[in-house]
Design a protein around this ligand. Structure first.
Ligand code: NAP
Ligand code: ZN
Length: 348
């Protein structure tokens, strides 16, 4: 079985450090990827610190994976050795239920198999993610990536890209839609770029003034500082759809009030504790609130192709794996512009 170098968390408070992972012997449908880059998602931080209460250790995080195919099983038709490919948040699902048949594997009725901090469908083998050199994945969960350079900027699309693209599509955002994006982090900055490319008029809600110029450069038409009550009041009743990417507790009321009749506030951020839900702003103007989880494999491919066509990549800071703990500290403080990406060659 292939052994590969990795970085792992061993508990919820210590630094990540080197670890060796044994990957399974590739099966007929398996693709072996040499990982080139892996993005650091805030979900990695939530899980390393056990903020969702579901962590098991050792944990090798990482679900924004781009790499080169180094081997394929006899039954693999999707990719060939030498090709660039990606792996996102899932590595398996039942592949038979209604949602799986519709390409919504993330909502598999049996539960999907997450790329890390999870167990394979045999019920016992732990999954280990992309802070590693090699990964072996069933071809159904492998995405093809256009090899047009800057692959490090493509890695974050595998989670941040699809998690924002999917709800934007599902809620029919298009030309002329008035869209709000809350939080300019990894997910938020992808949401701004993708919504703008879809033709929407985008308002970014940010907790401070600091990121205004960046947001405008990314295409946001307006920036509203969410801590400024006056600015928030001026947005009342103006937006059709708001995508909320905030990773911590925050007030939903002024966001709901920013929606028009039948507007929707969709949460993709996953804060540690439940948010409080004000009901009256929902009743007024028949507003709705919903959530959305990552995206299925066909839609992830569609998103990658959309981003390649529109030349959309993440704004990134590439780091050697040895700096992952420092990156986590900076992510905790919100000091990220706008995604850390590990150069996996530094794993040795
Ligand atoms: P991130 O890069 O840390 O960005 C989060 C942004 O939220 C920050 O940049 C900040 O933006 C804003 N923010 C943080 N704390 C805040 C506070 N107390 N009040 C108001 N705004 C605050 O994180 P990310 O990687 O984009 O992930 C965002 C969230 O989505 C995480 O909870 C993650 O676990 C979750 N997630 C969910 C899915 C899914 O399937 N639904 C998939 C991936 C990630 P400003 O500085 O602009 O205010
Ligand atoms: Zn993620």
């Amino acid at each position: 079985m292939p052994i590969t170098s990795a970085y792992a968390a061993f508990d919820n408070h210590s630094a990540l450090r080197p670890f060796e992972v044994t990957r399974r012997d590739p099966r007929a449908e398996d693709v072996t990827l040499e990982i080139l880059y892996c993005g650091i998602c805030h979900s990695d931080l939530h899980q390393v610190r056990n903020e969702w209460g579901n962590s098991s250790y050792p944990m090798v995080p990482g679900h924004e994976i781009v790499g080169r195919v180094v081997a394929v099983g006899a039954g693999v038709t999707k990719v060939k050795p030498g090709q660039i490919a990606g792996v996102g948040c899932m590595v398996d699902s039942c592949c038979r239920c209604g949602p799986c048949e519709r390409g919504l594997e993330q909502y598999c009725e049996q539960g999907n198999t997450q790329t890390y901090n999870h167990v394979e469908r045999d019920g016992k083998t732990p999954t280990y993610g992309g802070y590693s050199r090699l990964i072996v994945v069933d071809q159904r969960f492998v995405l093809t990536v256009a090899d047009q350079g800057a692959l490090e900027a493509v890695a974050p699309l595998l989670c941040a890209g699809i998690t924002t693209y999917s709800p934007l599509r599902h809620w029919n955002v298009g030309k002329g839609s008035r869209v709000g994006v809350v939080g300019l982090g990894g997910l938020g900055h992808m949401a701004v770029k993708i919504a703008v490319a879809m033709g929407a008029e985008v308002t970014l809600f940010s907790s401070s003034e600091r990121k205004s110029a960046d947001a405008k450069r990314m295409g946001a038409h307006e920036v509203v500082v969410s801590s400024d009550a006056k600015q928030m009041k001026a947005t009342r009743g103006r937006l059709d759809f708001i995508l909320d990417t905030v990773s911590a507790d925050h007030d939903l009321k002024p966001l709901l009030l920013a929606l028009r009749l039948d507007g929707a506030l969709v949460l993709v951020g996953a804060p540690e504790k439940p948010l409080s839900l004000p009901v009256f702003p929902l009743l007024m103007n028949r507003r709705s609130i919903a959530g959305s989880g990552i995206g299925g494999i066909p839609e992830t491919q569609e998103m990658l192709d959309f981003c390649a066509k529109h030349r959309i990549g993440a704004d990134i800071e590439v780091i050697p794996v040895q700096k992952v703990n420092e990156a986590y500290e900076r992510l905790t403080r919100g000091d990220v512009r706008y995604r850390f990406v590990i150069d996996n060659s530094t794993l040795g």
